[in-house]
Structure formats: C-alpha cells, structure tokens
Design a protein around this ligand. Sequence first.
Ligand code: NAP
Length: 248
Amino acid sequence: MSVRTNKIALVTGAGSGIGAATTTSLLREGYTVVLTDLPHVIEQRWHQTLPANVHPFPLDVGDRNSRIDAIESVASEYGRLDVLVNCAGISRDARLTNITDSDLELTLDVNLIGALSLVCQALPLMEAAGGGAVINIASRAWLGIFGSGAYSASKGGLIGATRSLALEIGALGVTANCIAPGYIETPLSATLPAQVLEKTLHSIPVGRGGVPDDIAAAVRYLVCEGSYVTGQVLTVCGGRSIGDPVSL
Ligand code: NAP
C-alpha cells in the first residue's frame, strides 16, 4: 500500500474547516488539488496567484450545472481524477416536526444528492486514472440526533449509498468509504449553543474536541493506493459514539 503521488484530488467545501485541512494535507502528500467551494468563497479567498498544484474552482454541490462544469474542468485540465473528497455540507437544525420543506430539500440536495451525483460524474475520470478513492464525509449524526433529523437523514443516506457504491465500483479499482466525524472545531460546529457545546465536550471519552486535522489524517489513511478498505464507515469522534464516559 502506498501514498498516491503526482495524482489529482478534488475536494468540495475546501474553503473551510475539514475541507481546508484535507486540502493542505493532500498537498503535503504530493497531490495536485482541485480546491472547490461556493463561488463567493473561492472569489474571496483564492483570487491571488497560487502554486501550480492548487487549482481553485467554484462548485456549488447543490447545483447540477455547477457539478458538471467542475468535472468538465478536471477532465480538460488533467484528463483523470484519483481522489474525490465530498466534504461540503450544511446543517439546518430543526426538529423534523418543525423543519420547512425548503430546508429539508436543501439539506438533502447538498449533503446527499449533490455528493452522490458528483461521484457518478467523476467515475469515468477515476476509471481513466486506473482506479481511485472516494471519501464521503458523513457524520456521527447518522445514528440520530435530537433536533437534527434532516441532517441525520442526509448523512445516513450517504452511508447507505457509499456501501452500495463500493460494491458497484470495486472492480474498477475505486474504493468508496465514509468518514463519520464527531464534534470537530470548525465554523459549522461554532453555531452550537454554548450549553450544548459544554455538554458535548464533557461527553467525549478522549477528553478533547476534535480538530480538522483529525479528519484529514483519516482521509490520508483511506486514500492509500491499493487499499483493501472499501464500503466502510470510519467514525472519528474521540470515542463518543460508544457512549458517554462514566465518572464514578
Ligand atoms: P465548514 O467549516 O462550514 O466547511 C464547509 C464548507 O462547505 C464551507 O466553506 C461552506 O461554505 C461550503 N459549502 C456549503 N454549502 C456548499 C455547497 N452547496 N457547495 C459547496 N460548498 C458548500 O464545515 P465543516 O465542519 O468543515 O464540515 C465539513 C463536513 O464535515 C460537512 O459535510 C459536515 O457535515 C461534516 N461534519 C462536520 C462536523 C463538525 O463537528 N464540524 C461533524 C460531523 C460532520 P459557507 O461557509 O459559505 O457555507
């Protein structure tokens, strides 16, 4: 098993949090990274001259034409894709009994449908590369979280689809896995109410909140060339998915 070098990776939601840490980590590993995020994020942060191995591109994962544009850009620029990391994600917390149809649709469009559709569009480029790795960033929330039903549904759907996908694309030399982060300090999790955050941090067995690099390390593990790991969910949550630590 070896690290892929001189290879092309596309990361969605790469402008912030876990996507940004994953991009930095893949660049260090020698990848050329197609760094994608919403158009306003790309415009604000990547207007300056960049090294040749960083290729910023606007991609709204919830928009079909935007997905097609991004994959066409990779096809014309590189003719191949080795790694796809679906990191873009949104959370519209509300009890399922209260959530609006538009928030439900948006959450599923970005977190589930957009991510899966991007994989399907990217597969011919992975086949052209002779194989590759798809990493879908799910969430520990797929197990169910109070007041987060739409988000949980999107991440649970992503996990089910990734397992099916692994069966379909294994013969192409492409692996497909999910990472299910627990609490990770990012702008997304900064929206948690203070008392929820405090309770969350106390319930993490390893005694600290996660950082984006914890997830980037899991991505590095899963993208290794020739990996025998596919169709799996790697939960990276400091042990919180096992249960609360009990202090006697
Ligand atoms: P983040 O810091 O908010 O980064 C997400 C990035 O995705 C942002 O740059 C965001 O842009 C972008 N984005 C939003 N909608 C998009 C769209 N339609 N198309 C393309 N990009 C879009 O969040 P994060 O915490 O790093 O989360 C990354 C992934 O990890 C998500 O899938 C999230 O569900 C998952 N996750 C996070 C945690 C956690 O505790 N942080 C836990 C479990 C799972 P804007 O800033 O403009 O919205």
